[in-house]
Design a protein around this ligand. Sequence first.
Ligand code: NAD
Ligand code: GLY
Length: 371
Amino acid sequence: MSVANTIPVSLAGRPYDVRVGPGLLARLGEECGTMLRKDSVPVVTDANVAALYRETVDAALAAVGKTASWLVLPAGEKTKDWAHLAQVIDFLLAEGVDRNDRIVALGGGVIGDLTGFAAAILKRGCGFVQVPTTLLAQVDSSVGGKTAINVPMGKNLVGAFHQPALVLADTDVLGTLPPRELRAGYAEVVKYGLIDDPAFFEWCEVNGPALLAGDDAARIEAVSRSVAAKARVVAADERETTGTRALLNLGHTFGHALEAETGYSSALLHGEAVAIGMVLAARYSVRRGLMHGQDAQRIAAHFKACDMKAEVTELALECDGRRLADHMLHDKKMDAGTLPFLLMRGIGQTFLAKDVDIADIAAFMDEELGR
Ligand code: NAD
Ligand code: GLY
């Protein structure tokens, strides 16, 4: 019997459940039930995840009379490219996958985004099940249907909205995640509190360090509350047309500039950049007189208490504020010298400001860099 929390994603015509809890991977076959029509189930994963969980998945499918057919790809962001997309598609065609079949995406956001995009375009759309194995993938990328690959011109520039049929977030698998990856994913948990849920931010302040140290109950609660928050946003604005879903990008404009400056390399993981980016968004909001300085201090103090970087000075960048602002311009459409930015009126009070002056951002970043 399942002890998972079930969070519905209420989308007209294609609703699905996200199940969160321990032991879900070992029950994969039962959890998918009649979704798995054929005896052979295609599973796409990466080499790290396969080494840890292949046997569990084989046994879970065998328990319902099925066999996993594996495609094991190299781990890492570079796998989210055209060549591996073609490899996934060729594999699925060779497996004889039809539109009513379900492809299993077992891994972090790289595997989820790549496999989800393959599912979106194969035979004009096949079903897939997200089995996210990183904290980032459990609380963010596996829910909401954004799928994509990277191309030389930029990250996530080729993709589709394609919702999964089911998401199974087994919190036990977080136990094998490298601590740095766990902390990077945790930034996205904190993000939900900062967007519109101050009580959840307070919960993070109390429980975050325990969650990161391995507290199972805290992990289940954090993933469940984060998924519920994301599910609400996605149900309200699936295709990011009304501005609600854009709130999920809190800290991302500053963060992307830091990722671009560090070459999108392992020097700075996406979640690490988002954590510093959210601190910068808070401090810039203080500079604009929108928010109390003590709120911005609280956010930075929380990341520091969790042994995470919160300051841009910790990155030892050699650039100036203008260069970081230029990276931000590359991302966005400027209107008469101003850019849209997610700012805060307080913890849990994020809003879209459309009048941010890019020269002011450059000056602010110079101050933050100590230039
Ligand atoms: P990832 O998929 O590269 O996983 C990080 C590392 O952890 C990899 O080395 C992987 O092999 C390893 N790993 C995964 N699960 C493990 C486990 N349980 N135990 C041990 N090791 C494990 O990275 P990620 O942070 O999960 O995802 C990043 C990607 O997600 C980026 O491509 C980003 O663009 C995308 N993303 C997408 C969305 C969306 O809405 N679709 C949202 C946020 C991020
Ligand atoms: N990660 C942002 C989104 O899903 O919209």
